[in-house]
Design a protein around this ligand. Structure first.
Ligand SMILES: Cc1cc2nc3c(=O)[nH]c(=O)nc-3n(C[C@H](O)[C@H](O)[C@H](O)COP(=O)(O)OP(=O)(O)OC[C@H]3O[C@@H](n4cnc5c(N)ncnc54)[C@H](O)[C@@H]3O)c2cc1C
Length: 470
């Protein structure tokens, strides 16, 4: 191993393969029993992450008399919701530019609905007293190259025309906030992102659901759905739920509706957390505003401070494994941790010697348009939302509200949006899928290295409406 590598790797010597958010947190709720026997309900929600719990909560808020049951295969928050970076962003389209490219006419409405959605999350947290370390600190997207900063100027103009309040910062201004020699500027969004403890948010939503009378079953893998005339039967190993309506909130796990599977692939994303910074280390990097930070490349990092003053550092590599399975063994990736650690140390060379203490990974439900899509089946008795592609902490609430509109047969501002009515282009079968994804990832990496210049493949994808720029 070369010398620089062993210097970097020493920072990883004390890493535990555990999620920082779950490390002996006293707020972790008691487990729920599995479903045994027969249950009848108005609405059965499958999956107890943000999407499922928001669906259950909003359903009860809309109609307190509606009987709602949630069925989860593991435990609440076991999927992406309990293990993410906690960036709660107003964007419903995985970034403004991605949305603008795909849904230009609807963007003013989508942007407004996104801001309203973020405000509604904050109000819900206050209303139910959810302790989730909510901090509306805003987000800095930092430019690491001049071409990225130039693009930000135009982006800021377009976003502010649609009601955002973003500001472009010079190198001096952004380095004044956070001291990194790599920054050449930034776009600052002061109110479009909040930071949150993701596991506490999911647990708080669970408590709010229980308070409103929702029943939650854990350790109950839903095996199949059966159409029984005017209702659906949801089958688990020890029981079944007969429900008037079924909401699928199963994210990256194999959909219970086979036709939906071709739209989503699991892409693994990884995270490191450092030990808490000393006062001297903290002073050396500034960061008094505690903003969430991401960098502007197509392959980007995201990072933030935790409540105890550690740094969470994730992103960059996005690993697709051949055949696209969701597997526990994929949640640890030594190679990616080394890459992340090296990038961390170039961003904050003054923190050399700091220890990383936690490392983990999780699967992201990636679709070809990088933003959620919806569908119904069984004459409108079943609905789903999928494809949040790594930006679902806030948009899952919007996804849930829209899924309920569809299940209730409502015609709303949400259901009229193109992004709700249209589905993404499906992925091809293997091995074409693997080749398609690897070629796209290789091209994106090259574009970052070549001042953003997109090669023929990316330009072809752009023409077909499949290009990624976020
Ligand atoms: C490492 C990582 C970092 C991320 N960082 C961010 C971030 O900072 N900001 C952001 O906005 N987004 C982020 N995301 C994405 C975000 O976490 C997800 O978009 C969001 O949590 C999706 O919520 P969900 O409820 O749809 O899915 P999940 O939380 O995955 O919930 C789905 C649930 O369904 C259950 N389930 C599946 N199939 C069945 C079945 N057959 N029977 C019963 N139950 C079933 C699963 O066990 C799971 O609990 C990140 C994701 C990862 C992996």
């Amino acid at each position: 191993m070369e010398k620089r590598d062993s210097f970097v790797l020493r920072h990883l010597a004390d890493v535990q393969p555990e999620m920082w958010w779950l490390d002996s947190d006293p707020l972790e709720p008691e487990p729920h029993s599995a479903l045994v026997g027969e249950v009848g309900t108005d609405l059965c929600v499958i999956g107890a992450g943000y999407t499922g719990l928001w669906t259950a909560l909003l359903a009860k808020e809309r109609d307190p008399d509606r009987h709602v049951v949630v069925v989860e295969q593991y435990e609440t928050g076991a999927g992406a919701s309990g293990r993410n970076g906690g960036f709660c962003s107003a964007s419903l389209t995985h970034g403004f530019l991605n949305g603008l490219r795909r849904f230009r006419d609807d963007m003013p409405t989508i942007e407004r609905l996104g801001r309203e959605n973020l405000d509604a999350i904050e109000q819900t947290i206050q209303r139910y007293g959810i302790e989730c370390d909510w901090e509306r600190t805003g987000e800095l997207r930092v430019a690491l190259a001049d071409w990225q900063l130039e693009e930000m100027v135009e982006e800021a103009r377009q976003r502010n025309e649609m009601g955002d309040h973003v500001e472009v910062l010079s190198a001096e201004q952004v380095r004044g906030r956070i001291h990194s020699p790599t920054y050449v500027g930034a776009i600052f969004d002061p109110d479009g992102t909040a930071l949150v403890d993701p596991a506490r948010l999911v647990w708080g939503l669970e408590r709010a659901c229980l308070k409103l009378g929702v029943t939650i079953y854990e350790n109950s893998h839903v095996e199949w759905l059966e159409d029984v005339d005017d209702a659906m039967r949801v089958h688990t190993p020890y029981g079944a739920v007969t429900a008037q309506r079924v909401a699928l909130a199963t994210n990256v796990f194999p959909s219970l509706l086979r036709p939906a599977r071709k739209y989503v692939v699991p892409v693994y994303d990884y995270v490191l957390v450092t030990e808490p910074l000393s006062d001297a280390q903290r002073e050396s990097i500034g960061w008094a505003g505690r903003e969430g930070v991401s960098d502007a490349g197509n392959q980007f990092h995201y990072y933030r401070l935790t409540q105890d003053g550690s740094i969470l550092w994730g992103g960059y590599d996005a690993i697709y494994n051949f055949r696209g399975k969701v597997r526990r063994e994929y949640e640890f990736n030594a190679q990616t941790y080394a890459t992340l650690a090296a990038h961390f140390l170039s961003t904050f060379p003054q923190l050399a010697g700091i220890k990383f203490t936690h490392a983990w990974g999780g699967a992201i439900d990636t679709c070809t348009r990088f933003s959620p899509f919806w569908g119904t089946s069984h004459n409108g008795k079943v609905a789903y939302v999928l494809g949040f592609t790594g930006l679902g902490v806030a948009s899952t609430r919007f996804g849930a509200a829209t899924m309920l509109d569809l299940l209730d047969g409502l015609d709303t501002e949400r259901t009229r949006l193109d992004m709700v009515r249209r589905r993404p282009v499906p992925f091809p079968p293997e091995p074409l899928k693997w080749i398609f994804i690897r070629l796209t990832q290789w091209s994106i990496k090259r574009a970052d290295e070549r001042q953003g210049r997109r090669n023929l493949w990316l330009r072809l994808l752009d023409v077909l409406g499949l290009g990624f720029d976020s």
